[in-house]
Design a protein around this ligand. Structure first.
Ligand SMILES: Nc1ncnc2c1ncn2[C@@H]1O[C@H](COP(=O)(O)OP(=O)(O)O)[C@@H](O)[C@H]1O
Ligand SMILES: [Mg+2]
Length: 309
């Protein structure tokens, strides 16, 4: 396996504050890496450093085998970047937007490439529509088409599916998997758990620090959490569940309360005693990726608070 991205100690400071703080990241060629974390945690900044748009303050490594410090311009040419707010020209048609993007990237054989992109992305029926008149899902598809016109080997997608309906999101992910199957490497930031679960690997960052990195299973297992479902309680039960020492989070899903907390036997011991006293049922469940992320974020907030004290 060849690494498409292999960086260590990646750091960016703004006004003396490290908003990306010594991140190590590796992504194998042809893989889809999901990039998750709360707003303001440094995802966009990291993506911009990786594709050569933003200077690195510290750290080293390679993107597509090129040095992230020395070869930023060459990386930029071989990477496709879809920004957080798709940059389309609303008063130009679909075809004109693509033609313009092809000129900007200096794509050879422009007409043929645009025609190919229109065909491949299912844009033929809309090629003469103004981009400004497209729905969110079609704008997203056009932006994706524009970002791959120059046949990048690495595609960086910054929250590409925010505000897009479920059918368009699903279609989008099928396309991303199609690209990966052809050898393209994809780094995609998202807030959606179902999307994270469609990635080969994920990285979770908070406050500029990388807190977890691996497959979904590895990240969930690494959290050390246990989880359970509590059923059959009346109003107010969830508040009492939350008050149990081993419980970190309790969330209602309809009539079922999903509980996550202290690994090992602590959660089971608390719930056994509690549920017997309340006259309700419980059973163990697998912890979810969302449980793991909430746990990681709470832990890092505590660390920050200690560091500040
Ligand atoms: N050009 C900039 N100048 C100063 N601060 C910035 C700049 N770009 C981003 N930041 C700050 O860096 C932090 C990380 O931002 P960003 O990478 O956009 O996070 P995310 O994409 O995870 O929401 C935020 O606190 C943001 O305000
Ligand atoms: Mg961002």
């Amino acid at each position: 396996m060849t690494a498409a991205i292999a960086v260590t100690g990646l750091t960016k400071r703004f006004g003396g504050r490290a908003v990306v703080d010594s991140i190590d990241l590796s992504v194998e060629e042809g893989r889809i890496m999901g990039f998750l974390g709360p707003n303001g945690s440094g995802k966009t900044t990291t993506i911009r450093m990786l594709c050569g748009l933003l200077r690195v303050d510290a750290g080293e490594g390679t993107c597509l085998g090129l040095d992230i410090r020395r070869d930023a311009a060459a990386i930029k040419r071989q990477a496709g970047y879809m920004t957080q707010r798709f940059s389309l020209y609303e008063d130009m048609t679909v075809a004109e937007n693509l033609d313009f993007a092809a000129r900007v990237h200096g794509v050879p054989d422009r007409k043929a490439r645009v025609a190919e992109a229109v065909e491949r992305m299912g844009l033929a029926a809309r090629r003469n529509q103004l981009a400004g008149h497209l729905s969110g899902g079609w704008k997203q598809r056009l932006a994706l088409a524009a970002s791959i016109l120059h046949k990048p080997r690495l595609l960086l997608l910054d929250e590409p599916t925010a505000g897009v309906d479920p059918q368009a999101r699903r279609d989008f992910w099928d396309r991303i998997h199609g690209f990966a199957a052809e050898g393209m490497t994809v780094l995609v930031s998202t807030h959606y758990m179902d999307e994270a679960e469609r990635c080969h690997a994920i990285a979770y960052i908070a406050y500029g620090r990388l807190l977890a990195h691996g497959t979904v299973e590895e990240v969930v297992a690494g959290s050390g959490l246990a989880a359970a479902a509590v059923r059959g309680g009346g109003p107010g039960l969830i508040e009492r569940v939350k008050a149990l020492p081993a419980v970190e989070t309790a969330t209602a899903f309809g009539a079922v309360i999903h509980v996550a907390g202290g690994g090992g036997a602590a959660l089971a011991a608390d719930l056994s005693a509690f549920c017997a006293a309340e006259g309700v049922d419980w059973e163990p469940e697998e912890p979810t990726l969302e449980d793991a992320f909430i746990h990681l974020m709470a832990g890092s907030r505590d660390n920050m608070a200690e560091g500040a004290a």
